[in-house]
Write a protein that binds this ligand. Structure first.
Ligand SMILES: [Zn+2]
Length: 312
């Protein structure tokens, strides 16, 4: 089951933006409550930083997200400015690129409600890291949504917490789907990832973001152990990991073959992961290459694996 942290900015003695008797902290909380109930209705596990008007504690909020091993963090704010009112939505993600896809999905959906598109953004500090602690310090991808301008009457006329909650929940659903069927083979893959890489997965037979991360971590570990790749084992299939991939072909045996087979299985190809790159695996690789417009060789080339591990 996917687990999401939904946090509200400000609270208690920190009012955030104030405009025409409206306090940002109250709007943020209203959005948090609407999004939380929508996500729970859809079957998500949700944690919050506050559900009433109390001070927030950023450090505690970060620790909670990390210790609860959430899949993503969504922090809700509304904007305001001095002078002629600004307008529209902007969504922040990490300078490392973490959270970019979620930011994009949320931004696209909120703009569809009629808010002006101010774009997705990063906010670096003087060291080049993230200025926003919630984005810098959380292990899971974190985004901060500046939903609209509180001091803009037009934006305010578009404000409907339920509608905003539906759009953000849809965006979360695109990247962290909640429904998937239990599957014995997925349970076996989870058990193997736990045994080989101390992945600590719950063996529930449901493929989700945590199993994906464990699989990528396994791949990074294998590339480090077998090929001295020197990768950071972070479960993120980024440019360095992609560069370190090695071609694998029929006759190969071992853990990298197992991870390739698992990824093919997850994507619905007819292969049972057994660490042996045989005829059936080769056939699955061919199908995958064909369906993805790649050179159809039956060899799990770096190009093929790049597409494969990006697709799971
Ligand atoms: Zn704020």
């Amino acid at each position: 089951m996917s687990k999401i942290a939904v946090y509200a900015g400000h609270g208690g003695t920190d009012f955030g933006a104030i405009s025409n008797g409206l306090y940002e902290k109250d709007i943020n909380l209203e959005l948090l409550l609407a999004l939380t109930s929508e996500l729970r209705r859809r079957g998500y596990e949700v944690i919050n930083n506050r559900t009433t008007d109390v001070n927030r504690n950023l450090g505690a909020d970060i620790r909670r997200a990390n210790s609860q091993d959430v899949d993503a963090v969504v922090e809700l704010h509304v904007n305001s400015n001095m002078g002629i009112p600004g307008s529209g939505t902007e969504t922040y993600y990490s300078v490392t690129g973490k959270g970019k896809e979620l930011a994009e999905a949320i931004q696209t959906n909120l703009v569809a409600l009629g808010f002006r598109d101010r774009g997705i953004k990063v906010l670096p500090n003087i060291f080049g890291g993230d200025y926003l602690g919630i984005i810098r310090e959380t292990e899971a991808p974190a985004v901060l949504v500046e939903t609209f301008f509180l001091n803009n009457p037009q934006d305010l006329s578009l404000y409907d917490p339920q509608k905003i909650a539906l759009e953000i929940a849809d965006a979360i659903g695109e990247l962290y789907p909640v429904t998937s069927l239990k599957d014995d083979q997925i349970a076996k893959i989870q058990t193997t990832l736990n045994t080989l890489y101390e992945a600590g997965l719950v063996v529930d037979g449901i493929y989700g973001p945590r199993t994906k991360r464990a699989l990528i971590k396994g791949l990074q570990r294998e590339l480090n152990t077998q090929f001295n790749a020197g990768l950071l084992v972070d479960g993120i299939f980024g440019p360095k990991t992609k560069n370190a991939l090695v071609n694998v072909r029929r006759g190969a045996r071992g853990n990298i073959t197992y991870l390739i087979q698992s990824a093919l299985y997850i994507l619905g190809y007819d292969v049972i992961p057994d660490k042996i790159f045989g005829v059936k695996t080769e056939r699955a690789v061919r199908s995958f290459q064909q369906e993805n417009g790649l050179n159809v060789s039956g060899e799990a080339t770096r190009e093929m694996q790049n597409k494969l591990f990006s697709s799971i």
